[in-house]
Design a protein around this ligand. Structure first.
Ligand code: HEM
Length: 414
């Protein structure tokens, strides 16, 4: 039986759980079938959208497909709002501090930290704690300037915030929501205390007759004199420092380990990627990583909630009115395997134009603010791994029953 035959044979109340389970274990064949046979699939919990153009439309029409699911999780951070003055102001300002001219420096830092971890592990490494979480955390400390937290705390705070904001919604299967809430509340409190202490210290250092501040994002915020009345105060700076941590660590970790696992699963691709890893210009190599992520992005879907009825698939055979207050999950995995946009979508082709028509960093109003940093951190960790010899999987990628990758052990020489 096909997925849809099994779906149709299941009572309505049980259909969502069926689809949700398949999304966790066999997402690609499922979303390919939906895109081909039923691009709009309604369940009692949410509506799945699988056609490329419809996915783009959901993410583009933020006036109707709102990011309401983030409101309670993130308020008063910019991601908690759609197209408001606050969202526009805060995103513009924060992006200015994440200066794209810093990227060569970020890339060099990532290479150094990845190699230090690989050298220390002496031939066998659990990539998740040591590299895919560990290196982004070093970026958060060194480049972003969140320095002085107790060991393990940055990882813990970012983990629970990511869990709460992205994996604890009505369309997620969560055994114990109370535990998630308790952990995220405690993490938020500890993170706020840490940032308050950090800002007090850095502000005091900035007052010294000869200021001793290094150049990092926290210190750029401390030194800045943005002066729009009522905005950009010290609380704003603290909030956005927290956003840097939460934005960076688990997203980069998941993307990096999933792309690495995809590459290691294809010996021929791995061999040619290892050649590309030796080139001075990383462009050719990075394209392998974006292509790998197309087969397993950090999530097969994004999520929005409608605030008004909307006709999706307008003028096409599957046209359907989506009522107000519907949770809509645009299946970005399905869109990135649409043969119209990605010829021979099941073929791993590293010559596809990099990051064209992909959704690795979202799309539309809420496209990722940290995408340029992410776009050097993710491939550079993988590049340094691939520069080692005799790469082998020792223990496959595992989530250990949690919503984020926890373990992927590899061995190597050199
Ligand atoms: C410097 C590090 C990062 C920061 C500060 C950051 C921050 C953000 C923010 C603030 C948004 C929402 C923007 C808005 O509402 O307008 C966002 C969206 C997003 N980010 Fe990042 N991010 C970072 C790195 C990453 C990485 C490494 C990935 C991995 C692929 C990623 C994936 C995404 C995705 C998929 C979205 C879209 C979410 C949606 O539309 O619902 N981000 N990011």
């Amino acid at each position: 039986m096909t997925y849809l035959e099994r779906f149709d044979a299941t009572p309505e109340y049980a259909r969502f759980a069926l689809v949700r389970g398949w999304l966790d274990t066999e997402a690609l064949p499922l979303v390919n079938e939906l895109r081909e046979k039923r691009p709009i699939l309604k369940t009692t919990v949410c509506t799945f959208v699988a056609d490329f153009n419809d996915v783009v439309e959901v993410l583009r029409v933020h006036q109707v497909f709102t990011n309401e699911p983030y409101h309670a999780k993130m308020d008063p951070y910019l991601m908690s709002q759609d197209d408001t003055p606050m969202h526009f102001r805060d995103k513009s300002a924060t992006q200015a501090f994440l200066d794209r001219d810093d990227l060569p420096r970020v890339r060099a830092l990532v290479a150094k930290e990845t190699n230090a971890a690989l050298d220390a592990a002496q031939g066998q490494i659990d990539t998740v704690p040591a590299l895919t979480r560990g290196v982004p955390i070093r970026v958060v400390e060194e480049y972003m300037g969140l320095q002085g937290a107790a060991p393990g705390k940055l990882a813990e705070w970012s983990y629970w915030n990511q869990y709460s904001a992205f994996h604890n919604h009505p369309w997620d299967i969560v055994a114990d929501r109370q535990t998630v809430d308790d952990n995220v509340n405690r993490s938020k409190k500890e993170l706020i205390d840490f940032i308050a202490g950090l800002l007090a210290k850095r502000l005091a250092e900035a007052q010294l007759p000869v200021p001793i501040l290094d150049d990092n994002i926290v210190n750029r915020l401390v030194r800045s004199h943005l002066q729009t009345p009522g905005h950009f105060d010290i609380l704003w700076k603290g909030l956005n420092i927290g956003g840097l941590l939460i934005g960076m660590v688990e997203t980069a970790s998941q993307a990096t380990v999933q792309a690495l696992a995809q590459l290691m699963d294809r010996p021929d691709v791995l061999a040619s990627a290892q050649v590309a890893a030796t080139y001075d210009d990383p462009t050719t190599f990075d394209a392998y990583v974006w292509e790998a992520l197309r087969f397993n992005p950090i999530s097969p879907y994004l999520f929005r909630v409608t605030n008004a009825p909307y006709i999706l698939g307008a003028g096409r055979p599957w046209q359907e009115e989506i009522p107000a207050n519907t949770a809509v999950l645009p299946l970005i995995l399905a869109a990135m395997h649409d043969p119209v946009r990605f010829p021979n979508p099941g073929t791993f082709d590293p010559t596809r134009p990099p990051l064209v028509n992909t959704f690795h960093f979202g799309f539309g109003l809420h496209e990722c603010m940290g995408r340029y940093v992410g776009a050097v951190v993710i491939p550079e960790i993988i590049r340094q791994v691939l520069l080692r010899r005799d790469l082998k999987v020792v223990s496959p990628l595992s989530f250990e029953g949690k919503p984020l990758p926890e373990k992927f052990v590899i061995s190597y020489n050199g």
